[in-house]
Design a protein around this ligand. Structure first.
Ligand code: MF3
Ligand code: CO
Length: 252
């Protein structure tokens, strides 16, 4: 069952989304040569708590392998779930995926962007643009009574037309009282498949796009996902409410 949010829940999720997008904007503007990824993480945590929310990723999972940080910071060939570390410093020419979630009054919001550090290669910039455009295309497509697969198809088609590849092993998700709810939101697929969309569903769309092949693997720290072929990867994500007429991006 895909949860349908009522007006009261939606209003809280709007607030959660506003807090998260505000924090993300500030962190994204901070990113520069020489920054320690752990310093960015600490700042994000402080801003979230000041806003009256809590980091959603910290402690996610259980036991020894619980996620240890507020942000996922995934640099260059890292796809998602990069763990911030003090001695991991950003450099001119890097592309940096910033992924963050917050919990506010019992509801989650989730968002990611990829930003450059200084001047980057034109191919890296094209990868960023195509990934962001694929999410914007999804946003223009989302409306009630179409199939989730219709959107997955549009995302994949656009990315592959541009000669990049879509990560298969990870996907987006429903979101609300839990960070990950039904349904899985794939970035590849066929028209006319999957559940039909209805007003009140809240979905996190998060295309992950590789410059080279689509295969990825989890590295030695048990979290950081990297491309198998070492090529660059980018990630954008928004938390999106399906409305009567189309959709509303809650993390804008
Ligand atoms: N945006 C990712 C997701 O929704 C980030 C999760 S990081 C984790 O799955 F630590 F919470 F797993
Ligand atoms: Co997510």
């Amino acid at each position: 069952m895909i949860p349908i949010k009522d007006e009261k829940e939606i209003e809280i999720m709007r607030q959660a989304g506003r807090i998260l997008s505000g924090v993300m904007k500030r962190i994204a503007l901070m990113v520069s040569h020489g920054d320690s990824t752990l310093d960015l993480d600490k700042l994000a945590e402080k801003l979230i708590i000041e806003a009256g929310a809590q980091p959603a990723f910290k402690g996610y999972g259980s036991g020894r392998n619980a996620y240890p940080a507020t942000l996922c910071i995934s640099v260059n060939n890292e796809v998602v779930h990069g763990i911030p570390r003090q001695n991991k410093k950003l450099q001119q020419g890097d592309i940096v995926g910033l992924d963050c979630g917050v919990k506010y009054k019992g509801y989650f919001s989730d968002m990611a962007v990829t930003v450059p550090v200084g001047k980057i290669s034109s191919e890296a910039q094209r990868l960023i643009n195509v990934t962001k455009n694929s999410l914007d295309l999804a946003i223009r497509t989302i409306k009630p009574n179409i199939y989730l697969g219709d959107i997955s198809y549009e995302i994949q088609n656009y990315i592959e037309k541009n000669k990049f590849s879509v990560v298969r092993q990870f996907c987006g998700h429903g979101i609300g009282r839990e960070l990950h709810e039904e349904p899985p939101v794939l970035n590849f697929g066929k028209k006319g498949t999957g559940p039909k969309l209805s007003p009140g569903m809240v979905l996190a769309f998060e295309p992950m796009v590789n410059q080279g092949r689509y295969e990825v693997e989890v590295s030695g720290d048990g979290w950081t996902v990297v491309t198998k072929d070492g090529s660059l990867s980018t990630h954008f994500e928004h938390t999106i409410l399906v409305t009567k007429k189309g959709c509303e991006v809650l993390t804008r």
